[in-house]
Design a protein around this ligand. Sequence first.
Ligand SMILES: NC(=O)c1ccc[n+]([C@@H]2O[C@H](COP(=O)([O-])OP(=O)(O)OC[C@H]3O[C@@H](n4cnc5c(N)ncnc54)[C@H](O)[C@@H]3O)[C@@H](O)[C@H]2O)c1
Length: 660
Amino acid sequence: MSTRELITGGRQWLGRTPSAGRWLARLAQALAFAASGVVAFLLRFDLRIPESAQEHLLAGLWIWLTVKCGLFAVAGLDRGWWRYVSVHDLAGLLFGNLAASIVAAGALLAVAPPGFPRSIYFLDFILSCVATAGLRVMARLATEAARQHAGSLGRRTLIYGAGAAGQALLRETRLNPSLGYEPVGFIDDDPSKAGARIQGLAVLGPGTGLAGIARRRGVETVLIASPSATGAQMKEILSRCHEAGVTFKTVPSLAEALAGRPTQIREVAVEDLLGRSAIELDQHAICAKLTGQTVLVTGAAGSIGSELCRQIAAFGPALILGLDTAETGLFHLERELRERFPSAAFCPVVGSIRDRRRLAEVFRTHRPHVVYHAAAYKHVPMMESHLIEAVENNILGTRNVALAAIDSGVSDFVMISTDKAVNPTNIMGATKRVAELLIRTLDTPTTFISVRFGNVLGSNGSVVPLFREQIARGGPVTVTHPEMRRYFMTIPEAAQLVLQASTMGKGGEIFVLDMGEPVKIADLARNMILLSGLRPGQDIRIEFTGLRPGEKLFEELRLNDEDALPTYHPKIRIFAGAEPGSGHMMAAAETMERLIAQRDAARLVLALKEIAPEYNPSAHVLRQIVDEPVEIGESLTRLAEAVDAAPRRIRSGSGVTIVK
Ligand SMILES: NC(=O)c1ccc[n+]([C@@H]2O[C@H](COP(=O)([O-])OP(=O)(O)OC[C@H]3O[C@@H](n4cnc5c(N)ncnc54)[C@H](O)[C@@H]3O)[C@@H](O)[C@H]2O)c1
């Protein structure tokens, strides 16, 4: 068996039985105490202990072992990670030994046979310090030798960032040779660190010299340890890695670390290029809202709903009810939550928000206190061809959940809305806007609020998974328009802010989350190609396909006639404005229900326009609801005729603008 196998085997055994390692360390320490006592006697009596002193030696050993082992255990000095031992630990050992020697000397004076040699007290103290410190230093040296031996088989690696994260990463790679990295130096853009040695490893220079350093040192991989880097800084580091022809990985950002994400080395993700800062939550307020409560999440199998369930689980609710029509999604979520949050009770509920009887049953049985309503149809182009389904699911579904919540005395109802509800140009956005208005105007003891935000990265069917798939297939990556921009945030970020906003609602507010700066979709595509180690335009083509029905180049996040009010949270604002009365909205919902029963898409669109005059139906929608196709120039007249022909009750008072 080779040395490496021996070390790895021993390490694995200790890893499997951590208590065995601890007891081994204690045993070694007890032997060190005994040895220092014996050597103290040998030194005192010129290496020949007389028979008359053997009685003293036995008493000394007995007392030293008892007192020192006991005191070191109480002070936690036998528990430290010896392989990490530092000067700070050695100072602790000095004080521990001093205290133990004083207590032992007191005990010896009281119980040892008379004539105990006085010089032994001092000799034993010095030897004990040397032995305990020496043991630790030896453990550290042995670990370093082992890791150097093992590390020499790993990939030659530079650590980008010589701060706390970089140093922790260095320790981690040395302690876990199985990770397969052999750090050969640090890279750091701070000029004051150039040439410094940290834990024996040199800072070789700034990132601008990465390519040269990598070439000279035969570097294969860069580990990026810069948790507070902005998106722009991350992009710069990646382009340097590309230039140097090395692979790259990273460690979790501050945001992830604060959110309790695992801290292992991972691939650089597209989220890292957004450089989102960590979100600070008012944990007390969220606990007060959720701890010990029954919480219902609709659309729980979806991207937003499932993340809400994960975040809520961390706040110790009595029960999370996850309602969705997607049974497989619920199945996976239940399994995941059971593993990650064993103490949180999760109950999957298969059912539709369109089914009022099922909702009544669920609310009656479980009596939820808080509802997060995330179930919806969300795909913009698809909904443009499914007008009736979109209205039925997103508007009437919301009404159904809201009425069931009121009936069962729910205290808080939070609807997940979207930036597409602002001046909507598509059916999806229009239905979400009407749903916002519907719950906003309900006059009940239940607190109803909406939370609006832009796209989240990596949600089901969004651009990130689509681009990933296209890159894996060898391209092209399809982007609708070179100027298309979207607001993006991460799913955990959105879910956390939704929970925070839900603690602020008094009733009727529309909260809007700060999305940062909008991102060009074409840039996102380029970055994702770079992240997969390929060159945009050369290895993978980007193809522009043109805007799809109902799509906007930019999404707005607020209505023009509404005022922005700050909240105590910098990333959450409130929009407030005059809205129709509740009777109007409920009557409108009933009208829409009747039109759905009659499959009357044209009047349904007019009804949407009536309720949300800022809705501009797309040409695609208008083509479906106007019998004959018309030239764009004529369509206003034709539409006006259609409006005239519609029953007065739902006729729109405002004109219809056609958007391409
Ligand atoms: N994904 C985003 O980028 C984003 C951004 C802002 C707002 N939102 C909003 O968040 C909500 C959820 O979006 P998502 O990304 O999680 O979508 P998703 O498609 O991943 O999840 C929606 C879930 O709702 C369920 N659902 C649909 N109709 C249902 C019904 N009748 N009864 C029960 N369950 C039903 C679906 O099965 C699905 O699991 C939508 O309202 C969306 O507009 C999403």
